[in-house]
Ligand binder design. Structure first.
Ligand code: NAD
Length: 272
């Protein structure tokens, strides 16, 4: 029956926010979340693109519920507004995917990285994740168990770090690498602090993934090959390969997974 079909969907009835949802990993995750029965709030600093992304979700999954909303994660009022919009529209928040991030093409080594690039990177990649976590916790504290709807207590927060938290990048991007290390450390502490409230926190650590972010940064054949040589599978990953793991971390299938550095890197950090 339809009821038992939907009960098998891994995010049935869950309300999820995705930041940076207009492109790459965020867009693919929005589609996968809708496919698994979640009610999806897509947010992005790119207003036109985020509305297009929400339309794509609804076109692909006509019975799903989704909407787009403009938000710059480096502005706390924007993030608070996204969480409020989710709660007003869908009544609660179960999943927060803090995915928005930048890898600035002018990011470089210690000597050549400009201070304004450093500050912009930390504002989006670090402070933006903090704001997302803060407002997710505030909303998730109101969650009450509704086992008949498949809704447990608390919630799941997934923060996007990177394989560069584990191994140094050969094509320098010092501001980015530092920012992602901060995400990893922050996520571990949040996982411990909120565990007894039933709110789980995990870091997703993608390897090099074929998205505009990476392709704009590796803008010469030399830079591209310098990174590709480290991929054990001989290829970059696809955004959808991240999205499938995010579904797992968001769902109750990962109910005892907390505080991890969840590697989805094709084996990159395991190899030399
Ligand atoms: P992408 O550039 O395809 O998508 C990023 C999205 O974030 C864009 O739609 C952009 O408009 C949005 N964004 C940028 N700044 C924002 C802001 N201030 N507020 C809200 N939204 C903003 O990139 P992607 O590769 O899908 O990256 C998603 C996440 O994955 C990032 O955190 C990135 O650092 C991380 N990551 C990517 C790779 C990779 O190789 N692609 C590897 C490791 C980690």
């Amino acid at each position: 029956s339809l009821t038992s079909m939907s009960a098998r969907l891994r995010l049935h009835n869950k309300v999820a926010i995705i930041t940076g949802a207009a492109s790459g990993i965020g867009l693919e995750t929005s589609l996968q979340f809708a496919a698994e029965g979640a009610r999806v709030v897509l947010s992005d600093v790119n207003e036109e693109a985020v509305h297009k992304a929400a339309e794509l979700v609804l076109k692909n999954f006509p019975t799903s519920e989704a909407f787009g909303i403009k938000a710059d994660v480096s502005k706390e009022t924007d993030i608070a507004g996204v969480v409020e919009a989710a709660v007003v529209k869908f009544g609660r928040l179960d999943v927060m995917f803090n995915n928005a991030g930048i890898m600035h093409p002018a990011d470089d080594d210690a000597v050549n990285t400009e201070e304004k690039i450093w500050d912009l990177t930390q504002a989006i990649n670090v402070k933006g994740v903090w704001y997302g976590c803060k407002h997710a916790v505030i909303a998730m504290r109101n969650n009450k168990p509704e086992p008949e709807k498949g809704l447990g207590i608390g919630g799941s927060v997934i923060n996007v770090a990177s394989f560069v938290c584990k191994v140094g990048a050969a094509t320098p991007q010092l501001a980015y690498t530092a920012s992602k290390g901060a995400v990893l450390a922050m996520t571990r502490e949040l996982a411990m602090v909120h565990a007894r409230e039933g709110i789980r926190f995990n870091s997703l650590c993608p390897g090099p993934i074929k998205t505009p972010l990476l392709m704009d940064f590796l803008n010469t054949p030399e830079k591209l090959n310098r990174r590709l040589v480290h991929c054990p599978m001989g290829r970059f990953g696809e955004a959808v390969e991240q999205a499938k793991s995010v579904v797992f971390l968001a769902s109750d299938d990962s109910s005892y997974v907390n505080g991890t550095d969840f590697m989805v890197d094709g084996g990159l950090i395991a190899c030399y």
